[in-house]
Design a protein around this ligand. Sequence first.
Ligand code: NAD
Length: 453
Amino acid sequence: MLSNNPFTEEAIEIPSNNSEELLQNFNFQKENQKKWAKTPLKERLSYIEKFSEELNKREEELAKTLTKEMGKPFKESLNEIRGARSRIKFFLKNSEESLSPRDYSRPGLGEEIHFEPLGVIGNISAWNYPYLIGVNVFIPALICGNCVVYKPSEFTSLTGLEIQKIFNDIGLPPYAFQVAIGGKDVGELLLKLPLDGIFFTGSYKTGAFIHNQVSPKLIPVGLELGGKDPLYVTDDLDDISQVAEAACEGVFYNNGQSCCSVERIYVHEKVYKEFLEKFKKSVEGLKTGDPMVPETTQGPLTRKDHVSYLENQVQDALSKGAEVVFRGEVPKKTGYFFPPTILKNVNHKMEIMNEESFGPIIGIQCVSNDEEAIQLMNDTSYGLTSSVFAKDERRGRNILSQINSGTGYLNCCDRVSPYLPWSGRKNSGLGSTLSFLGIQTFCQPKAYHIKST
Ligand code: NAD
């Protein structure tokens, strides 16, 4: 399999796993999974702690690898690795309580819930935050006593191999964690194995395919999919510049390649003109270029074919009446660059307001009141996150309560907390990662009814 550096466009060959290797690894994991489940929780946690320490020690080299294979600015790669460590800290601190048996016994009758691991689970992952979204799954899954076969995206295979190397170096038993390298074909081979659960992060299209393929097996399936996340600016705010800056970060961080990137902006007509000016000013401050240069905020896109995908969304909007507010400059020599782009006069007949963009482009639509904003925010097949900026907390909460998404943000956007469940509604997913729910999701409950003779 060839993997391209999206900035230099140089290709390197990375060998994929074949079906015999995948089956052999799976059998090895299946034979030993009970041994891993019986390893005391404290010991399992200590492996995870060592893994986190190694992430810390190796962060520079890991961040360089990540930047080279997916084009994320180096400082954002470092941020991602540090963010992954703080999520691990959450799991280390909270797993024991989440996994401890619940006892509802009364005199003469024992009634208890115990949490048992699922077995050997598959984790098929995306490339945009390989550490963060990987850690959401394989860390709690291992803590719960599951063995994990982890398939990184074909765009971040080197990072997947680094993760395997760290686990090997800290002495994690080799049956506990195995990496599967390859693209779509390897993903499909994994679906054919008798896994005890599949946890997927990626596009709706692939997620729906996976759900269909594995449904006859009746195993747990977790799906963390895409979004078309809206942000609404109301008319009662004191400082529109701050809102514009937060929105700029929400749209353009990681080049818009985040599942919870802001993908649509609605602005109350009373502050529309001011917001547009200030938002444009914030976007003008972005620096597109070599992702290893410290000043760079926007590297290349990870996938070459996404350049034309985004251009098609822009052209579709322009052909239907949208207007360009801003288009940035991009380096000309090499790299899969796309200029940061703002469009106005957009509407829901345009792809830019309907289809996930997953890139540095945004449409801004003017609305006359909260009711219109709510109707438009809900007019989507996705339901990951929604954001409202309002000074009046009651008004903000009231709007958010009417939006059908797994996460609601008031006066912030594009953020994830390990304490809160990460769960998409509609085409954005199924199940939850993170929080206590994202620990228990890797277990099956067992009910004990204990009567004394
Ligand atoms: P993708 O669906 O193309 O690929 C994801 C993974 O699935 C890769 O490992 C790929 O090799 C594998 N795969 C592809 N086809 C397969 C098949 N037929 N059978 C089995 N496996 C298959 O997605 P992507 O481009 O890697 O990621 C971008 C998408 O992920 C975006 O839609 C984004 O919003 C979403 N995402 C969601 C979250 C979340 O938490 N909700 C987080 C990150 C990314």
